[in-house]
Design a protein around this ligand. Sequence first.
Ligand code: ATR
Length: 301
Amino acid sequence: MVSGTTKVVGVIGNPVEHSLSPVMFNAAFEAKKLDYVYVPFKVEKKDLSNAIKGAKAFGISGLNITIPHKQNVIKYLDKFDIMANLIGAVNTIDFSSGKSKGYNTDCVGAVQAIKEVSTVKNKNVVIIGAGGAARAIAFQLAIEGTNNIIIINRTAKKAKSLIYDIKTLLSSDFKNNSKLDDIKIDFSHINLEFDYGSLDKLPKTLANADILIDTSPVGMHPNINDKPLATADMMHSNLIVNDIVYNPIETSLIKEAKKANATPVTGIKMLLYQGAENFKIWTGKEAPLDVMEKSLLNFIQ
Ligand code: ATR
């Protein structure tokens, strides 16, 4: 029940009507008997600066940031963590210190999803797509010791420039950035091979891959019958296949993975694990993963 002491967290974006986060977080707060409520806020691009100021003024404890604000919000924040800085996007803000601190938890959420079934250290990973999600995932894999990342994209030159960006940023000096207050990662130990290509290179690259992560929107509701970019004939039974699309849960790519006897990892897991990170940032407590996953599955199905 909402009372005079209830702490408010929420999501700002546009649209936010279809967000699954309110369902997932409110179930988690209830299960842990925490006096929090999670609310969706629709915010237009032109109002973003005022929204952040207003959130501080209202004493809001934390926010998730979604499309279209993940990049733009950075300039309105007091501090951010190293991953948000590297990726150039924030999906979580914590206001508990009186300052606004931005985090990127999409990256760790995506990789945690895969770690349910396998380590990512010393693996060969193929990422389809070269947008914001691919960028977040590639950075996280890099700091977790992945051996080799191949970025396959419809527009090969976007994959090339993403790789250039990652390499440059991983070798840059962060010590002089006053907005960064925690640099815990030792970048000198990152020893990673990168390659890129267009979609026609998929069959060859997948033959030698351990993990495939598809960050393209192909197969997303309502286009659920669109042919996936990777099909069963390109996969092998030791491959882990992760689709970051979670609506539907069983995408056409996940169906192909099952056909090939590969190990599927559905998009709902990324949502779940980034949510668990946010929960910890805001409340300081471990998230009730089972409750959160059940609430998501009940709501979608
Ligand atoms: P996000 O920021 O969420 O990762 P995005 O920037 O729109 O989303 O990136 C989606 C990726 O999926 C892009 O790399 C896009 O390829 P292009 O760079 O060629 O645009 C890729 N993508 C989108 N629709 C696709 C399709 N129908 N076939 C192949 N790739 C597609």
